[in-house]
Structure formats: C-alpha cells, structure tokens
Design a protein around this ligand. Sequence first.
Ligand SMILES: Nc1nc2c(ncn2[C@@H]2O[C@H](COP(=O)(O)OP(=O)(O)OP(=O)(O)O)[C@@H](O)[C@H]2O)c(=O)[nH]1
Ligand SMILES: [Mg+2]
Ligand SMILES: [Zn+2]
Length: 362
Amino acid sequence: MDNSSIDLETIGWDSYFEDNFTEFKEEGFIPGRITEVQRKSFMVITELGEIESRVSGKFRFNSQDKSNFPVVGDWVAIKTEINNKGTIQEVLPRKSKFSRKIAGKLTEEQVLLANVDVVLIVSGLDHDFNIQRIERYLTLVSKSGARPVIVLNKSDICEDIDQKLEEVKKIASNVPIHNLSAELNEGLDSIEQYLEKGKTIALLGSSGVGKSTIINKLLGTNRQKVSSVRKSDSHGRHTTTFREMIMLPNGGMIIDNPGMRELQLWSDGEDVSDVFSDIELLSDKCRFSDCTHISEPGCAVKDAIEKGELEARRYEHYLKLKKEIEYLNIKKNEMGRVTEKARGRGMSKKIKLIRKMRSDKY
Ligand SMILES: Nc1nc2c(ncn2[C@@H]2O[C@H](COP(=O)(O)OP(=O)(O)OP(=O)(O)O)[C@@H](O)[C@H]2O)c(=O)[nH]1
Ligand SMILES: [Mg+2]
Ligand SMILES: [Zn+2]
C-alpha cells in the first residue's frame, strides 16, 4: 500500500455511491474502486492508497451469480486488515455495466466493466476495418449506460478515409466519430474532451487496433505494452492480457482492455432496436403489421432496399443480431424453467441441472 492519499471524487466517487455506502460506513468499512481483477484477488484504490483485496466468505456464499462479482470500475465496501490487505464486503450498485454473453457454450452473463461514462469503440482503418463489428459494438454499448464514441485509428495508413467515414456515418446515427493516428500523434485532441476529472472512459476493440497505443499517447508515457500486427491481415497479437484502470494525471480514469475474440450479445433485444431504429421505423410502414419483409406487397423495408435507401447488408446484419438474441432468449428461458423445477428438489440436484443447462449439451 502506498501512503499517498487519493481524493475519491477525482476517480468517480459521487453522491450516488455515497448514498449507497451509508450502511457500510456505519460498520467502519471504507470505499474503494477496483482497478484490476487478478486470479484470486482484486486491486482496489482507496483513500489510503492501493489495497490488494479478496472477497469475504460471506460475499462469496451469497453471490450465486457470477455477474455480482466485482469487475474493473466497480465501487466496493472493504474492511481493511492489519496486514494492509482488504476484504471486499459488498459491491455497490452499478451506474452502468458492460456485459456480453460469456465466450463459449455457457448461457451466462459476463460483466466486463462497471461505472464507465464513455466507451471508445476503436477500429483500425487498415484491414481490421469492419462495419458489422462496429454495429455489434454499438449494440453492446447501447444499453450499458455508458456513452458510445467511435474512434477510427491508423488514419496514416488509410487511403480511402472519406469513403470509410461515410460508411460509418451511415450506421452511427448520433454517435460521435473521430479519426486519428495514435502513431503520429494526430487527432488525439478530439478524444481529450472525454477525459474529465471524475469520469471514466474505456477503450474497446479487437486486438491490434491501437487501444494501448492511444492510452500511451494520452498518458505521455509508454506505460502499456504494444506490439505490431500481422502484416497480411492486420490482426493483433493479444498484447494486452488483462483489463486495467489507469489514473490520468489530471484526474479521470481510463481502462485498457484486451482485444476480444468473441463478442456475443447479452441482451433483451431493445439495444438492437435502438441501434437499428431506421429499420424498425421502416417496418412500421409495411402494409401488413406482421410483414416478414420477404415477399409481401407494400413492404417498406424491401422498397427502401430497392431504392438504395437501406443497405441490404445492414438489413441482413440486423436479422442476424435479432436471431442471436432469439436463440439467447430460448436458452435463458430453458435455464429459468430448470432452475424453477429444481427449487422443489435438493440443492445438489439443482446445481447439477443448471450446470447441464449451462453447458448447452442437453
Ligand atoms: N500505422 C499505425 N499504426 C498504429 C497506430 N496506432 C497503433 N499502431 C500500431 O498497431 C499495433 C498494435 O497496437 P496496440 O496498441 O498494441 O493495439 P491494441 O489494440 O492495444 O491490441 P491488444 O492489446 O492486442 O488488444 C502496434 O504496432 C502499434 O504501433 C496508428 O495510428 N497508425
Ligand atoms: Mg493493448
Ligand atoms: Zn415489410
């Protein structure tokens, strides 16, 4: 633990968390914010400096659901121990959370970040550029409570910036778009506006797009490790291996993330409706209210595609995301039913059944 005292407000503490902390304060606990999640412990910034902490046995016992476990950005109540370590008693209610469906076959929510104000969705303007991926990120961020911002990096090696910008504008509705070159330190001032004292921003995007490079430029030091991408396809090498929240010199926090290979939606569908509101508006205009937009007469969606007002690509991607959610909902409902059924039986049976459900094999 270092002895420097930290003003919690510069790292995001406010009346919302203060109110939710009252009962813990009375018990003599202190507030802290998770900066890093390790295998068994958590790094937590507190007024007393950084304290390595573990969750209490009681917390572990009461948290059946993994999504309640502390993640980077969470505010927690901790009890300080004599060995300068801490015990996490509770996670304070989150103002925002960014989740995905856990990678692999399990049907489970995985919360990756909490209490983030702005998410920079970073894409490379090289071979990495992929409009569908941006649409997917927008969908994931849409209901997180954080504000999305699109960042197109590596403008120095892009020969058709205007065309790519046009493509992004078509899908972004009112999400701000910034293009820059972290390498040449050009255009970074456009994202400095999001770095405010007390605010938290996170960078998301696939491996190799330059998230850590951007952070290094903003910090003015080479704190984060970066490494080159594969020439043939601009794929990164998964250089950043863990999520970490870093304090900026002028207050405010920035979160570096590892590039994610799999980014499945964890959603109820509202986020897709938000991000694809153009398509939903069109379908309201179809002659039949249950129009499937395949062969019905008076279909506004098909009309718009024929007139070039809606890209067939975008429409198909919309359908794909909808399907993904439909499938997710089926799995969630099945799991709910089994949990319900198991309530009447013994605990061990319940656990077995849920495991079976989650492993998707049945
Ligand atoms: N040409 C060019 N290269 C860049 C730019 N920004 C970053 N790079 C390079 O892209 C490579 C990957 O950058 P990183 O910052 O490691 O990418 P990352 O997104 O953090 O990747 P992961 O940690 O693997 O998720 C490095 O070789 C950087 O030097 C840029 O603006 N232009
Ligand atoms: Mg990185
Ligand atoms: Zn239709």
